[in-house]
Structure formats: C-alpha cells, structure tokens
Design a binder for this molecule. Structure first.
Ligand code: GTP
Ligand code: MG
Length: 299
C-alpha cells in the first residue's frame, strides 16, 4: 500500500511562514523524538533565513534515550541548530527551552526589545501542548485538527519572550515510503489515510528487528514469531481480538498494537536512528506538489 496524505495550499502557507520568520528571533521546530527526521519538514531550512533554530525533540518520554542522544549529536553538526529533548507536558522541562532562547538572542528580552519566537512543526508533534505549557494556560487546542491561520496574535510569556500564538503547521515530506510508514506508526497521519493492517505489519516487522526484548516481555511471547503477520496474530490472541469461530481479527490486532506502541505501553521506542536516514536527502523526499493528490482532511 502506498500512503498518500497531502494537504493543499502548501506553497501559500510556506510563503506566509517565510514572511513571518522575518520578524522572529528564534525558530522553534517541534519534532517527534521517536522519529526526528521523518517528523521534520525539510523546507523549513529553506525558509528560516539563517535565524537560530531550536530542534525540540518532543515526546522524549516515549523515545529510546540512547537514540535521542545520537539525534542530538547529529542535529548539532549543523550551524545555527540547537537540539533539546523535551516533554512538552512538563513545565520544568520547558524552562530549559526558555533559557536556550535567551542564550540564542542575548540582545533581546528587554522592555521594548522582546524576544520573538515562533513554533513550527508537522501535525501531532505537540506544538499546542508546548504553547499551553509555556503560556501556563490553555491557549491552543491539544489534539485538534491542523489548521492554517494567520500569525497575527501574540502571547506575552511575561519573561521578555513573545510567542506567535499560531503554530506554523508544516506538512510532512511523504515521498519516501519508509518516512510515510514511520509517520503512520507514530500516529502523525490522519486515520482516514491509513490501512491499519499495513501499518501494523510495518511496525511489527520493525519491532521484531529492533526491540525484540521489550516486545516479548509486553506480550509474554515464549519465542519470537517468524513473520510480522504471525506476530500480529499472537498479539491479537493475547489482547482478545477475536472473530466468531475463534479466529484472530488481524485488523483489530494491528489497531490495538499501534495504540499500545504509540502510548509507550510496550516501552520507550525510537522508530529511526541517524544511520537509518543516511542517503535520504531533503531534495529526494521533497514532494512534487503538482503530482501528489490532496487526500488530507486538512484541506
Ligand atoms: N507522551 C507525550 N505526549 C505528548 C507530548 N506532547 C504532546 N503530546 C500528545 O501528542 C498529541 C498531539 O499534541 P498537540 O499539542 O495537539 O500537537 P500539535 O502539534 O499541536 O498538533 P496539530 O494541532 O494537529 O498540528 C496529544 O495527544 C498530546 O497529549 C509529550 O511530550 N509526551
Ligand atoms: Mg495544535
């Protein structure tokens, strides 16, 4: 199955963001720590106008800590880029972000010279959660559908920092199918574009290869099944995903397995390492807007 999920109006939105970045001192790109490459939109690099960029590896509570460290080392090779693991729900962790913003724009943050920051990221990475935690109140709906609105309102964080209150919603680069499947596994893609069984099989194969130990522990597997389908069947049996007559409902098993994986119930899992994406260049995965159908409900 080829996953296609692509909203319209992308060029217009990017143009708007590029314009908004002119007035911004620090660009904050929120990534999903479990898949920091696949949850990035590589066009942000083209529009960020050499502004300092913080790559926030959000949801690090769900990611494999050793892999997150490798990602931080990898990101910080790029000039002007700083990487920070964070859990946007934790106020104490978001304080580190404030400190880093202040370090990157030392001449700002004084009365009459506020530090202006803006949050960017693909859907579901935690932009609204971050904004709410930083603001100390519910400004943005969490778990809401992505929407592109104008960036004309601002939140004064009362610490010298002004945040553009509308997050810049970027769209994932989906031309590479591994990227698409990792995004689907993480839950970043609208359910309407998904075949749970296909994504579940992809995730099952990945977990068998990378994290057999925690997989075996979670589902009390005496030995690892030989194929991803057999694994989904074993999980379905364990979770009671049955059809009448006693067979396994593999579709339901895949859905339940993905739900558990996304919620961190199996353990802390990273879906990609820097080595996994060597050779996938930003240009290769940049989608051709003309060719891709617009199948997203964010249209
Ligand atoms: N475990 C965990 N979950 C998080 C974290 N941050 C956000 N989430 C969850 O991720 C989901 C998406 O969060 P949002 O803040 O709505 O994401 P968003 O980037 O604003 O998404 P869109 O508005 O669709 O673009 C929600 O279910 C959040 O509770 C985190 O640090 N850890
Ligand atoms: Mg949001």
């Amino acid at each position: 199955m080829t996953i296609r999920w692509y909203p319209g109006h992308m060029s217009k939105a990017l143009e708007k963001m590029s314009e908004a970045i002119r007035k911004i001192d620090v660009v904050i790109e929120v990534l999903d720590a479990r898949l920091p490459f696949s949850s990035s939109n590589h066009q942000l690099r083209d529009i960020r106008r050499n502004k300092p960029c913080i790559k926030l590896l959000n949801k690090h509570d769900l990611a494999d800590p050793a892999v997150t460290k490798a990602w931080i080392r990898d990101f910080e090779k790029e000039e002007g880029v700083y990487a920070l693991p964070i859990s946007a729900k934790q106020h104490s962790e978001t304080k580190q972000l404030i400190k880093l913003c202040q370090r990157l724009a030392p001449n700002r943050g004084r009365p009459g010279w506020p530090l202006r920051a803006m949050v960017f990221g693909i859907p579901n990475v935690g932009k609204s959660t971050l904004i709410n935690t930083l603001a100390g109140r519910n400004m943005a709906k969490v778990g809401d559908k992505p929407a592109i609105t104008t960036c004309n309102q601002q939140i004064d964080l009362r610490n010298g920092i002004i945040l553009s209150d509308t997050p810049g919603v970027l769209w994932p680069d989906m031309a590479d199918q591994d990227v698409a499947y990792r995004l689907a596994t993480s839950g970043a893609i609208g359910a309407s574009a998904l075949d749970y069984t296909c994504v579940g099989l992809f995730a099952a194969e990945f977990m068998m290869r990378r994290y057999p130990q925690i997989l075996g522990d979670r589902y009390k597997l005496d030995c690892m099944p030989e194929t991803p389908t057999a694994l989904l069947e074993a999980i379905g049996r364990r979770l009671g995903c049955l059809v009448s007559g006693g067979g396994i409902d593999v579709h339901r098993a895949a859905e339940a397995f993905l739900r558990e994986l996304r919620a961190g119930k199996i353990g802390r899992v990273s879906l990609e390492t820097p080595e996994d994406v060597v050779g996938i260049t930003a240009d290769e995965i940049k989608p051709d807007e003309e060719e891709l159908p617009h199948t997203c409900d964010g249209e």
